[in-house]
Design a protein around this ligand. Structure first.
Ligand SMILES: Cc1ncc(COP(=O)(O)O)c(C=O)c1O
Length: 376
């Protein structure tokens, strides 16, 4: 708790909202994933948080990057990240993005449709194709089913189509949904991959990559499982798969790498007592770093610490600064009494926070600092 109070005290001179990133935590989290799954190469999903201190910590931990867009690719190339440390497992890519990837020899690319194979063949010829297979997202906080993924019974024919286009069938990728806390979902997804690897190999395709995707859970206050427990279950399924020695395994975690490395500091800018209860309004809300606190974003119950924990507690609804009624990150939270000008620290907000922020209503997005910059 003392360290949490530090966050507020040591950033008191800076305007809010702000996000403090602890790069040491990023390194520790990658190390935890590497220990939980020693046979998998880690590619950090950059979309989660593109802050330079995060990128540096990922590089120092010898992990690679999973990217989804041209600007992410440009950033990494500009920073000198080698092509073999970059994969693009987003199954839908614009033509100009594919041309950039091809030019820079970033050639492990996902697809999940015939139309995407056509684009790959035209704009990134000879690429290594990793098919994204549709798997259950049961037990995940943010679901990705429906939008992406080829049905298992279409995998072999898509590999055949890839080969006809002179692309290289390379492997499979899955995504069990973000913050997946149900071990059985991982196990079932790997059982699907096991069958598909056998079928692909029976049909003459050599599988060189099994990509486990994102989904590893971050340790939020209400988390029911650790990534070590999931790692143990994945390892036992990998043993059952009996992968050939030249088939690599990768994992592309985002949230579990960076969530608990980020702390958002916000200021109370307004208070009200209404028929609906006691309200406190902050200068950061759903559009300013707290998208995932609202129901549409997954309703993650981020923990909050306050500047004056000794005051009597009340039940608060917490509103963001904008005029939008959707901008209510927290409801019915018990907190020590808040006064205008007080600062709050909201914890484990390093993932999908500032990357999803906007200046809606003219309110500024949180400025991101590394903990070294604010001497924490
Ligand atoms: C292709 C891909 N890989 C990895 C990730 C990271 O997922 P997570 O943050 O759940 O680890 C995502 C996130 O959407 C993704 O789309």
């Amino acid at each position: 708790m003392a360290q949490l109070a530090n966050f507020i005290r040591q950033t008191r001179h800076l305007p809010t909202p702000l996000l403090v990133i602890d790069p040491g935590k990023v390194g520790e989290n990658i190390c935890r994933v590497q220990q939980a799954l020693p046979q998998a190469k880690v590619f950090y999903a950059l979309k989660c948080n593109t802050n330079r201190a995060v990128i540096e910590a990922v590089r120092q931990a010898n992990a690679g990057f999973e990217i989804a867009s041209l600007s992410e690719a440009e950033l990494l190339v500009q920073l000198g990240v080698p092509a073999e440390q970059i994969v693009c497992l987003h199954p839908i890519k614009a033509a100009h993005f594919l041309r950039f990837l091809h030019r820079h020899r970033i050639n492990v690319l996902a697809a999940d449709s015939l139309a995407e194979l056509d684009k790959l063949a035209e704009h990134a010829p000879g690429s290594r194709v990793v098919l994204r297979v549709s798997v259950s997202n049961a037990g995940s906080v943010v679901l990705l089913t429906g939008k992406f993924g080829v049905e298992p019974n279409e995998v072999v024919s898509l590999f055949q189509q890839a080969r006809l286009r002179e692309l290289i069938p390379h492997g499979l990728t899955i995504h069990v949904g973000s913050q997946c806390e149900r071990v059985a979902t991982w196990v079932e997804a790997l059982a699907v991959c096991r069958e598909l690897f056998r079928e692909a190999e029976r049909n003459g395709f050599e599988m060189k990559l099994l990509s486990l995707g994102g989904g590893l859970p971050a340790p939020y206050a209400n988390s029911s499982i650790t990534l070590e427990e999931i790692g143990a279950a994945i390892q036992s399924e990998l043993r059952r798969m009996e992968l050939s020695p030249d088939c690599a395994v990768s994992i592309e975690p985002g949230r579990s790498v960076v969530a608990n490395a980020g702390t958002l500091i916000a200021t109370v800018v307004g208070l009200a007592e209404r028929a609906s209860g006691r309200w406190a309004y902050l200068d950061a809300g759903v559009y300013h770093g707290l998208f995932e606190a609202c129901e549409a974003g997954g309703g993650i119950p981020f923990s909050i610490s306050v500047e004056h924990p000794d005051r009597p507690s009340h039940i608060y609804n917490i509103g963001g600064p904008t005029c939008d009624s959707f901008d209510m990150p927290f409801q019915q939270r018990s907190l020590p009494e808040l006064r205008v000008g007080d600062r709050l620290a909201i914890h484990a907000v390093g993932a999908y926070s500032t990357e999803l922020s906007s200046t809606f209503n003219g309110f500024p997005v949180p400025v991101v600092y590394s903990s070294e910059e604010v001497s924490l």
